[in-house]
Design a binder for this molecule. Structure first.
Ligand code: NAD
Length: 419
């Protein structure tokens, strides 16, 4: 079934259902996306030829509010991946108690093969193709892998043209000049840092300068590296898709970020030793932060992990098979739906700002983000302690109980379950 949740996501959902107080109807409802759209995205190339790409937008569930979730441009994106990501967004927004459901979108394209003007035309063509299903009160897209504020700006402009009026709350992660909010681009790493700091004592004890390895040196990973290096951790290794760099004494993160910005990769780093990116996961560190793509830690390499804590900054970087192995090794996995929820939380602030027609300050954003991250981290820890669960299951249970409360409140579940 093309809109069904499959694989690891389904496995974790079933497991969480065993520990959550939910109605059978909610359980059944959450096995399938509410709607899935597959579109053709035509692009006029700079040489005059026309190429058509596949695009997707999935609204997984919108019981708690408009669907919310990013758009990724990546060659192997397909409906199954977008459905899984929209499913996770449903849980993430519920976990953070945001008034949203879950959605996700994507185009199967390699953006590195496009010129800047081709990227702009593709972004506009995609939003035109899905314009009927998005809007401030229905489904609110945002950036994800390989899409950024500039792309969101083009999309917001195209959407205003199609709708013949400004609707800034229809997309988040926009440039500040077009109704974006301060702190959106660093929100994911800021949130991840708050979660780690909140858990630090319980998972790392009084360890001085915990050593961290970060896989993925993009928007989330590179900004997290700076926060950690400035916040009492030692960032000893980072990698991107083409290279990795290691220094047991601690990397000069600012110099590496400047190098990556200029050279476009971590190859030939200004300091530290280059090494094989595949070896990063096996380094002797205290915290491993996979911040690139799904499935990085899997059944075949989880046994090599030597970190005490895996901080899931990416979406789905640890497979269910790897979870079991890490658990046996006593590694604490801090789940993605909590760790990387800062981005969607600040997207909520942006949506509110746009609907109010006002402007939020960086200080208000930072303060309210910290409150949301710390409150829900503490709630997850409490559920894990009370019900003797791993943090991942506790996070799912917390989200599931909010989802079932909303579904019951619509009346439908209560009606059919005879309650
Ligand atoms: P990005 O495109 O800015 O960065 C991704 C980084 O990963 C790049 O440095 C890339 O070179 C690197 N990479 C790709 N394949 C790799 C590999 N095999 N080994 C090592 N590095 C590799 O993307 P991003 O926005 O930083 O997102 C990263 C992850 O975080 C994704 O899973 C995304 O869904 C998740 N996430 C991002 C946000 C956000 O606000 N940016 C929010 C929530 C979740």
């Amino acid at each position: 079934m093309p809109n069904a949740v499959t694989g690891d996501a389904a496995r974790r959902f079933e497991e969480a259902c065993e520990h959550a107080e939910i109605s059978p109807d909610t359980r059944e409802r959450l096995t399938r996306a509410k709607s899935s759209l597959e579109v053709a995205v035509p692009l006029r190339r700079d040489d005059g030829t026309l190429e058509v790409f596949s695009g997707y937008r999935v609204r997984f569930d919108d019981t708690r509010g408009p669907a919310k979730g990013g758009i990724r441009f990546q060659p192997d994106v397909d409906l199954e991946e977008v459905t899984t990501l929209a499913f996770w967004m449903t849980f993430k927004t519920a976990l953070l108690d945001l008034p949203f459901g879950g959605g996700k979108g994507g185009v199967a394209v390699d953006p590195k093969q496009l010129s800047a003007s081709e990227l702009e035309r593709l972004s506009r063509a995609y939003i035109a193709a899905i314009a009927d299903v998005i809007g401030p009160e229905t489904d609110v897209p945002a950036p994800d892998v390989a899409t950024d504020a500039m792309v969101m700006g083009w999309m917001a402009h195209e959407f205003a043209t199609i709708r013949r009026g400004h609707q800034p709350a229809a997309l988040t992660g926009k440039p500040i000049a077009l109704g974006g909010i301060p702190g959106r681009s660093s929100a994911t790493s800021d949130g991840a840092f708050h979660v780690l700091e909140e858990l630090r004592e319980s998972v790392l004890g009084d360890l001085d300068e915990p050593r961290v390895a970060i896989q993925g040196f993009g928007n989330a990973g590179a900004q997290l590296a700076t926060l950690l290096a400035d916040g009492g951790y030692r960032v000893v290794a980072v990698s991107d898709s083409s290279a990795a760099v290691h220094d047991p004494e601690g990397l000069d993160v600012a110099a590496l970020r400047a190098h990556k910005d200029e050279a476009g990769s971590l190859e030939e780093p200004p300091s530290g030793e280059a090494f094989d990116p595949a070896e990063l996961l096996a380094l002797d560190v205290d915290v491993l932060a996979p911040s690139a793509l799904e499935g990085a830690v899997h059944g075949d390499n989880a046994g090599d992990v030597r970190a005490r804590v895996v901080l899931e900054v990416a979406n789905g970087p640890v497979t269910a098979d790897a979870d079991a192995i890490l658990d046996e090794q006593g590694v604490e996995v801090v789940p993605d739906i909590l760790v990387n929820a800062g981005g969607v939380t600040v997207s909520w602030f942006e949506w509110m700002q746009n609907r109010q027609g006002g402007r939020w300050t960086a200080g208000t954003v930072a303060e309210r983000l910290e409150e949301r991250m710390l409150t829900e981290t503490r709630a997850v820890v409490e559920i894990a302690r009370e019900r003797e669960l791993k943090l991942r299951s506790a996070a799912y249970v917390h989200a599931l109980e909010r989802l079932t409360a909303a579904m019951d409140a619509t009346g439908t579940v209560a009606l059919f379950s005879g309650r």
